[in-house]
Structure formats: structure tokens, C-alpha cells
Write a protein that binds this ligand. Sequence first.
Ligand code: AMP
Ligand code: GLY
Length: 428
Amino acid sequence: MKKVLVIGSGGREHAIVYQLSRSKQVVQVFCAPGNAGIAQLARCVDIRDTDVEALLAFAKEEAIDLCVVGPEAALAAGVADKFREAGIPVFGHTKAATRIESSKEFAKELMAKYHVPTAAYRSFADYEEALAYVRERNTYPAVLKYDGLAAGKGVVIAQNETEAAEALRDMLVGEAFGKGKVVIEDFLQGPEFSFMAFVDHHRVYPMPLSQDHKRVLDGDKGPNTGGMGAYTPLPFISAEEEKWAQEHILQVVADAMVAEGNPLTGVLYGGLMKTPDGIKVIEFNARFGDPETEVVLPLIESDAYTVFHAIATGEALDTIAWRKQATVGVVLASCGYPGAYTKGVAITGVEDVDGLVLHMGTKRQDNQLMTNGGRVLMCIAEGDDVKQAQQKVYHEIRKIHCANLFYRKDIAHWAIDSINMSKKHRQK
Ligand code: AMP
Ligand code: GLY
């Protein structure tokens, strides 16, 4: 019987812990640091996700059979490298391979070298040179990306020269960012979607396609957030397009990373866009997406321990099986998020929900569940199609009560709009 350590503390890690705890091979799941929801399934240990030495010491002491790393910060801190060195099977990329996410320039150079479709770009370290290029290019919107981890603030879509100059000054001259470069690229248009795959060197096992909702308000208005909801499958991407993206994007990148001496051993997340010129890459992540994982992972049919362990140790899997259901997940966030918000507000009714409730930022105090973050809970429902799953999730979410939580009322609207449009089209 196996013992597993999951690293992280959000809804994504709750989804991972949930699947691992259902495996017949697993006797105990630990989670560092975890949250109040995870604590119902796993033993939470109070170690920060980037405290490599403490995590390793704990894993040795408990004779952990497998470690699964959730957050990118933990990968960038070298957690997977250290565990691998110590001979503990670990699901997660090396620090060097994590650059596919942590360095925009690394990702762009790799895509250029291996002909992966993406926006044309140039990169700059010098403010004056970058500004001269923006002026000469004189095409707006211009997309400016800081080359490094910038906590989600690293991308600016500048509508004119003044906005571009201001963003470049912040990124290259100011103190707010580090010493990174800036990638300047063409603005692409079309629906964005997420294509995640389990990747072990050349082996790519795709997950169902999903879509995140980044803006805070209904109708995709207001500022960007970490994601207010997600769903799967996507009616506007055909099976042919999906297969094309798997072969020409995910497989090419997996092979390229091996060729470059940085093989992948975890999740490759393609943030893709269906543009009028075909599917192109907006970004790569080196980890499970959040909140996409919360709607995708519940559909895995294969034993999760077998899958994670095989990727970690380089064993081949025949295939990974997925249930063909639709899921819609809606995030409950603290009022004020993504700006300032208060924590520590009581939540009730979670246990009355018929469906899955994953915790993103919660704590338990005197046996009372409390808010403990910007994004707090995610309510997830399944259906035979997206419409049914959407109806169910909005029925169930009303059972959750909290004076300081709000949620979007239109998660999965792109899918519903696209189904309605194709129905109208057929009726003509
Ligand atoms: P990233 O951090 O690279 O995912 O960028 C954040 C968001 O900015 C993306 O989810 C897109 O909505 C937008 N974005 C990034 N690059 C482009 C681009 N080349 N064209 C249009 N939108 C973009
Ligand atoms: N949902 C976007 C991300 O995980 O980066």
C-alpha cells in the first residue's frame, strides 16, 4: 500500500488529492500545506510549498512512495530535482524544464526553432530599444510580456504608444519587476482554451479540453482573476482540431524538450487560441491549470496513482481513460476579489451540495469553515452535456451560504452560445 505526498494548497491540489485518495493502491495521502477541504481526505502538514529541504526531510521520514507537485513556484524552486536526486518518484518537471512556463523567451525561442504556431515576437532587455521597436512597428494592440514570474501581472495589452511606453518602463526600468527581458508580440484574436496533457519524455497523454473564465464579472467584464470558473468539453473545437493540436503542438513540444535536454515529466498545459489562421499558442504552463483541473480531473477513469506514478518513473501506459461526461465548475470568491477582501467569514451548507465542492482558500476554526483567500470554493457538477451540468451547478451552488462570497452566473456561456448558434445554423 502506497503513501503519497501532494504539494500545494488550492483547488487544483484538492482535485489531485481527491483522485489519489480514491485509488485502491493508496493507503495515505499527505498534503503540504493543504487546506480545510483537503484535510478531510489527507493529513495536512504545515510545510511551505517552496521549502524544498523540509519537504524532502518529511518525505524521507514518512517513506513516501510518490510525490505530486501542484504549483509552479514549487517546481521553479527545484522540488522535483531534489526529490529525483534523492530517488523518490516525483510527478513534476525539473527546474530547467519548468522554464517552458517561467521564461517567456525560452518558450518563444523553442516554438520558433520547432515551428510551433504562435504570435510573431521580438525580445528586449533595453527600454530605449524596446520603445523604438514599438514605435517603428506602430501596430496596436501590442502585447508586452515580462520574461519571468510576475504573479499574473506580466502581460499588458497596450492600445497605443503611451500605454506601451508606460508598461515597458514598469517592466524594464522600474523596481516592481526583476531583471528580466520583455517579449513584444502580435495581438491574436479568437476563443482561448486549455489543452493539458500528461507528458513523460516523448509520451503525451491528452486530457479533455477545457476553458477558463478569467474576468471577474458576468459577460467577461472587469479585471482579470486567477479564474472564476471552467468547464469541459468544448463544442467549438472539433475532434480534428483537437488531434491537430495534440500532434503539432503538444507532441512537438514534448519531443523538442527531450531534444534540448529538458525532458518533461508532469503536465504540459497549452494555453491555445483558435485564430482565423488556425490554432496558435498563447502560453505554456508547466503544471495543471487552475481552475481547469477541478473540472477535468474528476473525469479520469484510470487509477490516478497508476497514472501519476507511471509519469514519475517513466513506465509506459497503454492509455489514460476518461469518462465522457460534461462538467461545469463555478468559483465562489470573496467580495472585493481580485482587489482587497476580508478573510475569516463563516461558510455553511457545503455538505448539502449534491456534487463536488473543492476548496481553494479555506480554513477551519473551532470546527467552523471560514473563508481564507480570494478564491474560496469551487462547486462542480456533472451532466450528459454542458447545459445539463450548468443547470445542476447553479442549482446546487445556492445551498452554500456565506455573507462575503460571490460567483459568476454565466460560467460555460461560450459553450451554450456555440451550441445554440450551430442549432440555428442547422435550422436554416
Ligand atoms: P499569458 O500570461 O501569456 O497567458 O497572457 C495572459 C492573457 O493575455 C492571455 O490569457 C490572453 O488573454 C492575453 N494574451 C496573451 N498573449 C496574447 C496575444 N499574443 N494576443 C492576444 N491576447 C494575448
Ligand atoms: N487557468 C490558467 C492557469 O492555470 O494558468
